[in-house]
Every structure is written in C-alpha cells, then in structure tokens.
Design a protein around this ligand. Structure first.
Ligand code: T5A
Ligand code: NA
Length: 211
C-alpha cells in the first residue's frame, strides 16, 4: 500500500529518543541547514499541542488533567492522524519534513507504563512511514542534568530508562540510525547531517505506510 507516487517527493525524517536527548535542538538546526542547501523543508512536532486534541495532551503532560492510559495513548495517536493529510500533501509536493517525535514515542512511553506493546502499535498502523528515523541516544543520568528535566509527567530517570528499553525493541535496522546526543550541539548536528544529507537528495520511491 502506498500514499502516492512521486520520485521528486520530499523525505520524512523523524527524530526519536528519550526526554532531553536534544531532539528539538537538532530538528531546528537540521531544518535550517537543509534550507541553506536549497531544499524545501518544514519542521513539525508531536505532540502538536496547538490542536484541541493537543490541548488535552498538554494538560495531561503538565499534570493538570488525568486520563486513562488507553485514552491518552489514543489521543497521542489521533494527534498524529490529524496531520496526515497535510503531511502527505507537503511530501508529495516536494517538501522534506523534519519531525520531532512520531509513533515510536507513542508506543515507547505507553508500553513503559506496562501496556501491551502490540495493542499500543495498532492505532498508528497506516501512518506515513519515515524514510529515516534518527534515534538520539543519551543516558537517563546525562539527560536529567539538562535544563527543565522533571517538569513534565514522564521526566523521571527510572521511567526514562524503561522508555529507552522499549525504543531498543522498536529499532528497525533498515531505516533507523542511532546518533549520540552526548556531544556539543555542533558535534551532534554534524553527525545528524551526515546521515540525512544523503537521503534528502536520493530517490526513496513512493511513500509507504507504517506497519
Ligand atoms: N509522548 C510523546 C508520548 O507519551 N506519546 C507520544 O505519542 C508522543 C509523541 C512530551 C512528552 O510526550 C511524550 C514524550 C514526552 O515525555 P515533547 O513535547 O517532545 O514530548 O517533549 P519536550 O519536553 O518538548 O522535549 P524533550 O524533553 O523530549 O527534549 P528534547 O527535544 O529531546 O531536547 P531539547 O533539544 O529541547 O534540549 C533539552 C535541553 O538540553 C539542552 C537544550 O538547550 C535544552 O535546555 N541541550 C543540550 N545541552 C548540552 N549538549 C547538547 N548537545 C544539548 N542539546 C540540547
Ligand atoms: Na523537545
């Protein structure tokens, strides 16, 4: 099953990793660099806290509202589905998307609470499949030293270590690349750019669906 056929389509680049591993910093730097190279690029992030579903997610993360585990899991997934039409339009129109978190975070954080992993995968079946997942590695100890760690619901060292274990289970050799988040922002950026620069200029074939 495919979303469409355009050889000149944009590429879907996803950043994943535990809290404070440096994803947002690197998404911004990569977007800017690719634009300088002359590519059409847009940056997106999940959760997208600007939609009404995103507001519910934000209240949950800020500990202002409670939700059943199943409910918040489905809200995170619905928040991605809200963006699928826009994303496929942009990609097929030749715009590369740099995306901060995706379905893998959805599964990892829910499964780390003890929810069934197979159940957790289901709501995201059929999302657009990334061309590359950059997985930012950073130990929970190092992450907890960074600014603002601990302000939101999942930012506890023991929980982050569980999340990392689930991410390891989700790792798919064919399109995932680990990048160490434990360097200066410039060092990490150069590693990221090294991985991504080849892909943005290559022909990745039609868009595919996740799982
Ligand atoms: N979630 C998310 C789910 O449970 N299910 C889902 O489906 C999804 C999509 C919010 C939470 O939601 C969960 C996961 C999360 O717990 P979020 O909005 O992405 O997700 O979280 P944020 O708080 O925005 O971001 P993170 O905590 O994940 O941080 P980042 O983006 O990894 O890190 P960044 O770049 O903001 O950097 C953090 C700090 O470190 C510094 C930065 O300046 C900043 O202060 N820093 C560095 N310091 C030293 N060296 C470096 N190389 C550095 N890079 C950055
Ligand atoms: Na972030």
């Amino acid at each position: 099953m495919t979303y469409g056929k355009t050889s000149s389509r944009g590429k879907l680049i996803v950043f994943e990793g535990c809290d404070r591993s440096g994803k947002s910093t690197q998404c911004a730097m990569l977007t800017e660099r690719l634009r300088k190279d002359g590519h059409k690029v847009e940056q997106l992030k999940f959760p997208d806290r600007t939609t009404s579903i995103g507001h519910m997610i934000n209240n949950y993360l800020a500990n202002k509202e409670e939700q059943r585990d199943e409910v918040i899991h489905l809200l995170f997934s619905a928040n991605r589905w809200e963006s699928m039409q826009k994303m496929s339009n942009l990609l097929l129109g030749g715009t590369t998307l740099v995306v901060d978190r995706y379905a893998y975070s959805g599964i990892a954080y829910s499964a780390a609470k003890g929810m069934d992993l197979q159940w957790c995968r289901q709501p995201d079946v059929g999302l657009i499949k990334p061309d590359k997942v950059i997985f930012m590695t950073l130990s929970a100890d190092r992450a907890s030293e960074r600014a603002a760690f601990g302000e939101e619901r999942y930012e506890k060292k023991e929980f982050q270590a569980k999340v990392e274990k689930i991410f390891e289970q989700l790792f798919e050799k064919s399109y995932w690349q680990n990048v160490s988040g434990d360097g200066t922002v410039e060092e990490v950026h150069n590693d990221v750019y090294g991985v991504v620069s080849q892909i943005v200029s290559s022909d990745c074939g039609p868009l595919e669906k996740l799982w």
